[in-house]
Design a protein around this ligand. Structure first.
Ligand code: ATP
Length: 311
């Protein structure tokens, strides 16, 4: 790729709503062919960050640029380069798949000569071709999201901004959706995608873990996990409820227990704590052993132990 323009560049963004620091000095960049994830719980500032890049939110400080254009000053030109899929993308449920596509093509002033070819391409890669005549309201949740993505792509943008596109979508459709995103990145598109699902983290090229408007960690999934600076034991088996009681009963301030479905993760710092936890669980029906931290472990550890991040 010879193009040296950075598709998405954000520096020191700040945005306050009254007492709330929605963005507190956020910086990021997305290169061509990259899928960068904004990951964080509700209220972390993901939507505000995306709104700023799309020119919909005016930052108090800092700047966002898309393809070298200032998102605040050159909003109209920026929109030509962006495909933005908000959390509640408005499809017209009474219109068919084909009619929705036509509507968005009109909105983006796509010429009629380009339309047919684009529609065919989008329908082919999304797998929606057999459903062109179906009303959008009668599509499954996963198919609706794919149609929303196709409408977002109808003007062939350079950058794609997707706000929680897989929220509420079943696991199979989520995986198909990710295959499509990978194909788009393969064509050189730059993608900024938010998700509340930490388990999707490994799918991104780079991640930004967000908390209270700031990045608490960023980098490849491996780099982010390497920020976990504590010891971790995993506890599995039928006795995990009892095991949790025992560990909490130790009342050790440096030991945290988190339950993830059918397993406990016990975070601690010292070798003696490790030995003490194993001893406390010796007669409980569980298996105990060290594991590699997940992105979720890392996020919890960083926001719990960094006063700066925790505010
Ligand atoms: P969610 O997934 O719930 O949208 P998020 O990570 O996208 O979470 P934002 O929607 O960006 O977070 O919100 C960040 C903070 O800013 C929240 O505390 C939210 O209540 C607040 N906020 C966002 N927009 C506004 C607004 N227009 N007026 C007042 N407060 C707002």
């Amino acid at each position: 790729m010879t193009d040296t323009v950075i598709p998405i560049l954000v520096e020191g963004l700040r945005k306050r709503y009254g007492e709330i620091n929605a963005l507190d000095g956020l910086s990021l960049r997305v290169e061509h062919g990259e899928i960068v994830g904004l990951i964080g719980p509700d209220g972390a500032g993901k939507t505000t960050a995306m709104g700023t890049v799309c020119g919909l939110v005016r930052p108090d400080d800092g700047f966002a640029r898309v393809m070298g254009l200032d998102c605040r000053e050159e909003g109209q030109r920026v929109k030509e380069h962006i495909g933005y899929m908000p959390q509640r993308f408005s499809l017209y449920s009474d219109l068919t798949v084909a009619e929705n596509l036509r509507f968005f093509a009109d909105l983006f002033e796509v010429s009629s000569s380009e339309r047919r070819e684009r529609q065919e391409r989008l329908m082919a890669f999304s797998g929606l071709a057999p459903f062109l005549g179906r009303r959008a309201g009668a599509l499954s949740g996963g198919m609706k999201q794919k149609l929303a993505l196709c409408c977002t792509l109808i003007h062939t943008p350079d950058v794609l901004i997707l706000d929680e596109p897989t929220t509420g979508v079943d696991v199979v459709s989520r995986s198909e959706f990710w295959t499509i995103l990978r194909d788009l990145a393969g064509e050189g598109m730059a993608l900024l995608v938010s998700t509340p699902y930490m388990e999707e983290a490994a799918l991104f090229d780079r991640l930004i873990l967000m908390h209270r408007g700031r990045a608490v960690a960023s980098g490849t999934p491996g780099e982010v996990r390497s920020r976990f600076g504590q010891r971790l034991l995993e506890v599995t088996g039928p006795g995990i409820a009892k095991a949790r009681e025992r560990i909490v009963g130790l009342r050790w301030p440096g030991v945290d227990v988190h339950r993830f479905g059918d397993r406990l993760h016990v975070v601690h710092d010292l070798e003696e704590e490790d030995a003490g936890i194993r001893e406390a669980l010796a007669r409980v029906d569980v298996r105990v052993g060290p594991v590699e931290p997940t992105i979720e472990d890392t996020f919890i550890s960083l926001v719990t132990h960094s006063p700066e991040a925790a505010g």
